[in-house]
Write a protein that binds this ligand. Structure first.
Ligand SMILES: NC(=O)C1=CN([C@@H]2O[C@H](COP(=O)(O)OP(=O)(O)OC[C@H]3O[C@@H](n4cnc5c(N)ncnc54)[C@H](OP(=O)(O)O)[C@@H]3O)[C@@H](O)[C@H]2O)C=CC1
Ligand SMILES: O=C(O)C1=N[C@H](C(=O)O)C[C@H](O)C1
Length: 266
């Protein structure tokens, strides 16, 4: 199969990322099979969808695709997992704010179809996450407090960001501890002193900030900072299209951007 023959569908084609994906599919060498848009409801149906390229449901779009790139809302994830697994269509999932049940559904789908799931498709954040894991493994948690600060645009609906949580997970992995039981994400009032081993989160929202993440390891004597700033959300679209093309010919399984970028040891 050549790159040109990969038929890519976009779930959420009119969203902030979806609109950029529309441009990047063609630029990356795939062919655009269409997209989902809730306001395609009135014109729903295979014939009108085929004419406009916009379908009200993923069920209508999926049979036309080899892979679907999905940047929508957590509310869609379980349904999308079932539809794509049933249709045998590969999935590039970028949606954040997922619950444990949503993640279970993603894992179940990945037993039937190849899935790339990443909270952030930029190469820079992929590297930051990898470095976070390595730093956490090297810095004793009794001495170095790990804190993650993120800032995003005022329209963002989930917090902490998926990227902040992924960086936190990487810190936990590096330390060899369970992530969920070490999260401190809501400090207000009489909190008591910071818990040793905690992984702390702080969230800022404002204006049109595309995405900023800072991980600090702070000891009594020094501070190490790892920071990433996105200037242009197109970086997510180009990364997701790269992941979609990388999925060609893959066996079912759950992959991430470290796989796509070839950062994992063979
Ligand atoms: N992994 C990554 O690299 C990145 C992930 N994201 C994540 O991607 C997601 C989308 O971000 P963004 O494009 O900024 O968001 P937008 O709100 O701009 O777009 C979301 C799209 O999803 C659709 N949508 C929203 N809710 C539903 C629903 N309940 N059912 C069906 N469709 C729905 C909307 O459809 P309609 O237009 O029809 O209303 C819209 O097109 C978020 O979870 C965000 O955190 C964002 C950037 C990078
Ligand atoms: O909603 C966004 O905008 C972003 N969401 C992702 C996240 O939650 O980490 C990725 C990026 O930070 C932009």
């Amino acid at each position: 199969m050549t790159t040109e023959t990969v038929r890519i569908g976009i779930a959420g084609i009119n969203g902030r990322v979806g609109r950029l994906l529309r441009e990047e599919v063609a630029a990356g060498g795939g062919s655009l099979a269409g997209g989902t848009a809730r306001d395609a409801q009135a014109a729903s149906g295979a014939a009108s969808g085929a004419a406009s390229g916009q379908f009200a449901t993923l069920g209508e779009l999926a049979p036309r695709c080899d892979v679907v790139i999905d940047f929508t809302h957590a509310a869609t994830v379980r349904a999308h997992a079932a539809i794509l697994a049933e249709a045998g269509v590969a999935w590039v999932l970028g949606t954040t704010g997922l619950s444990d049940e949503d993640l279970d559904a993603v894992q179940a789908a990945a037993r039937r179809i190849p899935v790339v799931h990443a909270a952030n498709y930029s190469p820079g954040v992929t590297l930051v996450t990898r470095l976070a894991r390595q730093m956490a493994a090297a810095l004793p948690s009794a001495a170095y407090d790990a804190e993650i600060l993120e800032m995003h645009h005022r329209q963002k609906v989930d917090a902490p960001s998926g990227t902040a949580l992924a960086i936190g997970q990487a810190v936990a992995d590096g330390r060899g501890i369970d992530f969920a039981s070490h999260v401190e994400d809501a400090r207000t009032g009489h909190t008591g002193p910071r818990r040793a081993d905690a992984i702390g989160f702080a969230v800022l929202r404002g204006g049109q900030i595309v995405g900023e993440h800072t991980l600090t390891f702070t000891s009594a004597a020094e501070q190490i900072t790892l920071a990433h700033r996105s200037f242009d959300r197109r970086i997510y679209a180009t990364g997701a299209v790269r992941a979609a093309l990388w999925l060609r010919g893959r066996t079912p399984g759950l992959y991430d951007m470290e796989d796509v970028l070839g950062l994992r040891a063979p």
